[in-house]
Design a protein around this ligand. Structure first.
Ligand code: NAD
Length: 544
């Protein structure tokens, strides 16, 4: 989901000239100024808010920019009534409750790669410092001692470095370690053998990495699978005298287990830039341990990295608030700008098809079926499906539903989504079929995009019809008898409702459907009159 751009028509609020932005962690001045330059935008830099103060003020803001200090909890998100985007200047997003943000349809963006070199360089610095006990030797000399014999180190040349997590930072570390003539083994379940070969490193299992490495460096994200990756059990699998570096997240290490292994000599030394609680609790055994080098989460704190990520996140947030462009979102599927140009009309069609079918269908929804025909199979159907779900759920759940959270809402309600593609040739070059199943009924409709980019409804209940798919619509099911158009026309006309388009479709066994696009709302009293016509079996107003 990286380096992709998405622009959407769904973001109606974009036209709003006033945006309120809260920057709650330190951000580069250039990044702040970039947002301040926007006319009418209110940019508040409040970097020392307590969690309670954040809760109090967050309700006012459209955007929140953070680094790793601010904890964007579910509670904060609950209070964030207007929030649309969270920008994280940096990579790790474990200080943001991603699930709660996604549920609320809030885009979460980060700046992948902006600080990779800085983090990698600190990891290398810590490795050298550990191999030669640089901080300890320096401290001892500053105390007036000259203890050469206590500080015999080891060379890195020909030693094996185990890199756990071969993403942007892991790769930068590996490249630099090769320059020290180290052998590099890598564990990352999501990396191919080919990539490893290209970078001259060996892909191994986690156990192999533990068994072979003289130095282990952690570059995995903090997720359930990586929490306490280094613990008593994994340490037992490591070489005696192993050295461990952590510049990723404190929780990757079981700190008490590591302290015990340092005491026993199983682990020769450790260097940590991150701790499970920052600043550390007094009882954390690592910071004061003589064999540990500790730094206060400074891996990404270089002038270059802070400038890069600060400006990048400000540009991304500005692009989103101004134009609806989504770049580097971690909770949104990727789609290139070119792809978007192609897909845009289908997203509109999808939302309108979903909206139409859900408004003519009663009962508790249990299943949504979507089938793609023709050109649609070659474009991003994941997004089209999400747009259809937005259309289906919006009438029930309101404006909080968007492309980001629609699937989650469907899943949470236990509603099944079945998608399929068909090579069957149909009369249209592109066609999307949407079927809803509830405890009371099953409805299906089909739509297409015409060559001029306009959405058309082309079938309801298997009956061919051709009607524009927007605005206010009167949908009827009627007996195929003479006079229906006249009756409906007279009723609408005498109530001053102008007809923009009247489409009728005839099925088998005297069944017909009608789709009447109208220019104004149809009041309930008029709808009752329409329903009372003898040939009308069903009438419903649909608003798209
Ligand atoms: P990245 O997403 O590019 O790389 C993470 C890699 O870990 C990916 O290749 C992924 O496939 C791999 N991975 C995921 N789950 C794994 C597992 N269970 N086992 C092994 N590998 C797994 O991220 P990155 O930019 O390289 O950053 C890595 C981590 O470093 C971030 O998540 C962040 O927590 C940390 N970080 C710390 C600082 C700091 O200031 N100390 C700064 C930036 C990043």
């Amino acid at each position: 989901m990286r380096h992709h751009i998405y622009e959407t028509h769904y973001l109606d609020w974009i036209s709003s000239p006033i945006m309120k932005i809260l920057i709650s962690d330190r951000l580069s001045q250039q990044g702040i100024e970039l947002l301040q330059q926007e006319n009418g935008w209110q940019v508040d830099v409040k970097t020392s808010l307590t969690p309670a103060q954040l809760l109090e003020v967050i309700g006012n803001y459209d955007a929140l920019l953070v680094r790793s200090n601010t904890q964007v909890t579910a509670e904060v998100l609950q209070a964030a009534k207007s929030l649309r985007v969270i920008g994280r200047a940096g990579t790790g997003i474990d200080n943001i409750n991603l699930e709660a943000a996604t549920n609320k349809g809030i885009v979460v963006m980060n700046t992948p790669g902006g600080n990779s070199v800085s983090v990698a360089e600190l990891a290398l610095g810590l490795m050298l410092a550990m191999a030669r006990s640089v901080p300890q030797a320096s401290a001892s000399t500053k105390e007036g001692k000259w203890d050469k014999k206590d500080f015999t180190g080891v060379e890195l040349k020909d030693k094996t470095l185990g890199v756990a997590g071969f993403g942007k930072i892991g790769m930068e570390v590996a490249k630099r370690a090769r320059a020290f003539q180290m052998n590099v083994v890598v564990y990352d379940p999501y990396v191919s053998d080919r990539l490893a070969q290209d970078l001259n490193v060996k892909l191994v299992s986690l156990d192999e990495l533990f068994a072979k490495s003289d130095v282990i460096t952690l570059h995995v994200p903090l997720v359930e699978a990586t929490r306490h990756l280094v613990n008593a059990t994994s340490i037992a699998k490591m070489k005696d005298g192993v050295r461990i570096i952590n510049t990723a997240r404190g929780e990757l290490i079981h700190e008490a287990d590591l302290a015990a292994a340092l005491d026993s000599g199983k682990v020769a030394a450790a260097a940590v830039d991150v701790l499970s609680l920052e600043p550390p609790a007094a009882e954390n055994p690592l910071p004061k341990h003589p064999k540990v080098i500790v730094t206060p989460h400074i891996a990404a704190s270089t002038a270059e990295a802070q400038e890069v990520v600060g400006v990048e996140i400000a540009e991304q947030v500005r692009g989103f608030l101004k134009d609806g462009i989504i770049r580097n979102a971690v909770n949104f599927p990727s789609v290139s700008f070119e792809e978007y140009k192609k897909i845009g009309p289908f997203l509109q069609l999808g939302e309108n098809l979903g909206g139409f079918v859900s408004q003519i269908c009663d009962g508790h929804l249990s299943e949504v079926g979507i089938r793609y025909y023709g050109e649609t199979v070659d474009i991003n159907t994941h997004l089209i499906a999400s747009s259809i779900l937005v259309g289906i759920l919006k009438p029930v759940l309101g404006d909080g539903i968007n492309l980001i959270n629609a699937r989650k809402h469907l899943d949470e309600r236990g509603i099944l989504l079945i998608e399929s593609q068909s090579s069957r040739v149909r009369s249209y070059s592109n066609l999307i079929s949407v079927r809803l199943k509830t405890d009371l009924c099953e409805e299906w409709i089909e739509g297409t995009i015409l060559s001029q980019g306009k959405s058309r409804l082309v079938s309801v209940d298997g009956i061919d019809i051709e009607a524009p798919l927007h605005g206010a619509i009167l949908f009827i099911r009627n007996n195929d008898t003479p006079g229906v158009i006249g009756q409906i026309g007279t009723l609408l006309g005498s109530n001053h409702v102008n007809i923009a388009n009247f489409a009728l479709g005839r099925g088998e066994s005297n069944q017909a459907v009608g789709v009447v696009n109208v220019d104004s709302q149809i009041p309930e009293s008029l709808l009752r009159e329409i329903r009372s016509c003898p040939s009308i079996r069903f009438a419903r107003v649909v608003q798209l």
